[in-house]
Ligand binder design. Structure first.
Ligand code: GTP
Ligand code: MG
Length: 472
């Protein structure tokens, strides 16, 4: 990780705080509406569960114009928490909100966390907890659930386990969970959940680790943290947090940039850590901490029509790129599916009368029902992701453009999952996530064969299509 020049304000805060045992770090960007609750929950958790430790809450903000930092500073003071919880902690809780500097010219969630790591290391904390600032479902107990395994159990990295709505967490369900599991052999169900516990040792490792790219300064940070912990052989567990309720996102409308940053990062990490995953077969459960509870996350609407239309539109402009980055038979299957997606999208519009003025909206359920015939197979998706790893090694400079070209294909994959899960309970839909993860494991020999063939004869490109330029 590169060294950043901490701003004078941050240096002054470090000098003022001197030391802390436990820190809660909260990255933010325009979260004035929700961060107050997150700060109160974090404070209450520190006071209630760790009254003997020196605690600090640090908000690392992007300089949000909506007053996010002011909300943090003006939210109820720590002694309010002491009064309502009837706890008299040994140490006063410190609270800070500051604006983080960019890392090599890139800002975002990862740059915010970079500053949080620097402060945590400078204060020599034993445990760092990071939580998102748009959380509605955080409770004081989350601080114990995320820090407890580090302070009591000797773990270095605590990944979250939550109940999420069956249509939420699509990047997790389609890429980061199955790929992390198949590559490194550990079943970390939420590798990019955003709410983590990190030991002081691992924080120091993060500050030295290589591979801090512009994507890691943005939403690549979560998978970078998880993979760096895995590749470094750190002790990892999961913790049961109940439901994750946060600002909702529709994949087709909101998740394109996040997908590019997360998937670009996971591919680069896969190339860099090949010696960590090459010999791994199968996978193991990861211990889970905390009481098992049943929670029902709120429903999430997904625009299936938009997903299918974007998949089809992608095939019209990116067919050449797809042929260049996928094995020939994989590319042919994807192009056929994209054509079908176009036909299904047209029939949804027709069926639901979406071309008529004033009737452009429809529910997820109605769109999914109208698209019932559409199916993007698990094994095809797994091969696509594996092909991308192979091409990421061959042409590292092209990772960004390839991952951008993958976005419409991901939309097609998500549309298929929404269709398939339309009438299922969250538990049954979870079964499909597991089925897909097993498919990634089953096809790992396909990755290894292509990877090894490439190593023996990199020029030959393992039978891949030659057409790189046309149609991009
Ligand atoms: N400092 C900083 N924080 C950011 C930035 N973008 C996002 N964040 C924070 O990162 C956290 C996660 O961002 P979200 O947009 O909620 O993303 P997410 O919940 O991981 O993603 P979904 O599961 O797809 O909703 C929140 O606390 C955001 O405030 C940024 O540019 N700068
Ligand atoms: Mg969120």
């Amino acid at each position: 990780m590169p060294e950043t020049v901490l701003t004078p304000a941050i240096r002054a805060e470090i000098a003022r705080l001197e030391r802390a045992d436990i820190m809660v770090g909260i990255p933010s960007f325009k979260n004035a509406a929700t961060i107050g609750y997150v700060v109160r929950a974090a404070q209450a958790g520190l006071v209630q569960y760790f009254p003997d430790l020196r605690p600090v809450v640090v908000n690392s903000d992007a300089g949000s114009p909506d007053g996010t930092g002011r909300v943090v500073v003006e939210t109820e003071p720590p002694d309010y928490v002491e009064r309502i919880l009837l706890v008299r902690p040994t140490n006063k809780l410190a609270r800070v909100s500051l604006t983080y500097p960019e890392v090599h010219g890139s800002g975002g969630k990862g740059a915010a966390l970079h500053t949080i790591f620097e402060i945590a290391a400078a204060l020599e904390v034993q445990a760092l907890v990071v939580v998102d600032s748009d959380l509605r479902s955080i409770l004081p107990e989350w601080i114990e659930l995320l820090a407890g395994p580090i302070l009591k159990g000797g773990y270095d990295f605590v990944a979250p386990l939550y109940s999420r709505h069956k249509h939420d967490g699509t990047i997790t369900n389609t890429v980061t969970y199955p790929l992390t599991r198949a590559l490194y052999g550990l079943r970390i169900r939420q590798p990019i959940g955003g709410d983590f516990g990190v030991s002081g040792d691992l924080v120091r490792r993060y500050l030295e680790a290589p591979g801090w790219t512009p994507d890691v300064s943005k939403f690549g940070i979560d998978i970078w943290m998880t993979t760096t912990a895995l590749a470094g052989g750190y002790a990892i567990c999961q913790t049961r947090l109940g439901a994750k309720v946060h600002d909702p996102k529709d994949p087709g409308a909101d998740l394109g940039p996040m997908f590019r940053q997360v998937v670009g990062t996971i591919l680069r990490l896969a190339v860099a850590n090949a010696d960590r995953w090459h010999e791994v077969r199968g996978s193991h459960d990861v211990p889970a901490y905390g009481f098992e509870r049943h929670a029902t996350p709120p429903p999430l609407e997904i625009n299936v029509l938009r997903l299918l239309s974007e998949f089809h539109a992608g095939s019209l402009t990116m067919a050449g790129t797809w042929r260049g980055m996928l094995a020939p038979e994989t590319a042919a299957d994807v192009l056929d599916l994209a054509t079908e997606a176009g036909a299904v999208a047209a029939s949804i519009r027709d069926h639901l009368g979406l071309d008529r003025p004033g009737s452009e909206t429809a529910t997820t359920a109605a769109m999914a029902e109208a698209a019932a015939s559409f199916m993007f197979p698990d094994d095809l998706w797994a091969r696509i992701v594996y092909d991308l790893i192979v091409t990421a090694r061959r042409k590292p400079e092209a990772v960004d453009s390839r991952v951008a070209a993958l976005v419409p294909v991901y939309f097609g994959r998500v549309a298929s999952l929404v269709v398939e899960n339309r009438d299922l309970s969250t538990e049954r839909a979870e079964g499909h996530v597991e089925r897909q993860a097993r498919e990634f494991e089953r096809l790992k020999p396909y990755l290894l064969a292509r990877w090894d063939a490439e190593a023996g004869d990199p020029a030959q490109a393992a039978g891949e299509g030659a057409d790189e330029g046309a149609g991009t």
